[in-house]
Design a protein around this ligand. Sequence first.
Ligand code: SAH
Length: 309
Amino acid sequence: MTNWLEVSLTVSGELAEAVADALARYAPNGVVTEQAVDFVNDEDEGTPVGDITVRAYLPADETLEETRQKIEQALFYLGMIQPLPLPVYTPVADQNWMEAWKARYQPIPVGRRIIIIPAWLESPDANRIAVKIDPGMAFGTGTHPTTQLCLELIEQLLEPERQTPGRDCTVIDVGCGSGILSIAALKLGAKMALGVDIDPASVQASLENARTNGIGSELVIAQGSVTEVLAGEFPLRQASLVLANILAPVLIRLLDDGLADLLLPGGTLVMSGILRDQAEAVIQAAQSKGLKQTAWRQMDDWVAIAFQP
Ligand code: SAH
């Protein structure tokens, strides 16, 4: 039976990404990060606060000692840039590994009305709309600031008083990953959604997550991107809400491919996955396609921006 060695470090948000990258190079199952959420009062939307714990699981086989040395070395170099705590090692038996890993995933409240929960848990908060996601499968587990920023904007844009009477909200989700944004939008009142992704694993993950959430034919998931949607290959060619949480250089390329043309008149495009210092380039690219900025949200170094024609 394989045993595993858990390596964990608790570091500032600033360093967490570099530490996660360093550990991910040696952890065949990826890394898990955890951060506390703070609520100032009942109205508070919940803000991630404090340090982040990064955990990775190494198979305890004949390569373990070598891997451990490589990790120590990678952390040593990182520590020269900014001081790091020593890693903590905890042995975990195989049959407990999945359980240990699952236990790390806790429900994440987002915005005012959403709570993201791992697929195997029941929602602890009946007042929030539960979005169930299986975290192992694709990007979009809800822990990343770019996903949370998008969800907050979706929630705001779908508030009942913002809806045009007699007009259904439809969604096109470019780079759907786990399907989290489309699933949330449908649960918040959107009538129909199309999620596309170039990665077949994301298509698979979105379909499974849709099923877990009891979502049926109101969500279409397909492999492809902006070009295929515009070519009319799927049931929706335009929508009132277009979402794209991908990195800035890809967003700029997709704008050139016609991302803005996916919008129905009066619709809103939400772009996320943008680092603060890349925002200007994305805004300029959007303006050159006739879009005007209507909202801006920031968390750590990440921003999400909404635009309208
Ligand atoms: N929408 C999810 C996932 C975002 S990760 C969330 O908000 O959490 C970005 C996703 O975009 C990945 O699944 C990746 O496969 C996909 N992607 C990357 N480049 C793309 C492109 N050019 N067209 C469509 N999808 C793309």
